[in-house]
Design a protein. Structure first.
Length: 102
């Protein structure tokens, strides 16, 4: 948790306090994007960082949809990739790097 907090230190001061969970879902042809707000959190605190992780995980579940026996592994991979994408965006924002929108 400490390394995650260090990775996003200072990003709460950004004007646009959102990350996007983007996922290529197993059941949809187009990627789904879910905005995750964190401007109300102190992500430098353990509680704030944990709440942000919860919000990102919840958004990944929403973007990737439910899993059943047939799609369990695809949905799990979708969720993992969505969370990694959001964490990568946070790290880039913390370092002052902005990628062009696709």
């Amino acid at each position: 948790m400490q390394s995650f907090k260090n990775m996003v230190a200072g990003s709460a001061a950004l004007v646009a306090a959102f990350v996007t969970v983007a996922a290529a879902t197993p059941l949809r042809a187009e990627p789904v994007r879910v905005a995750v707000a964190y401007g109300d959190l102190d992500i430098q605190s353990q509680v704030g960082a944990a709440e942000l992780q919860t919000r990102i995980a919840r958004a990944a579940r929403r973007a990737c949809g439910p899993s059943d026996a047939a799609s369990h592994f695809q949905v799990a991979r979708c969720r993992t990739m969505a969370v990694e994408s959001a964490q990568s965006q946070l790290a880039m924002k913390a370092n002052g790097i902005k990628l062009a929108a696709r």
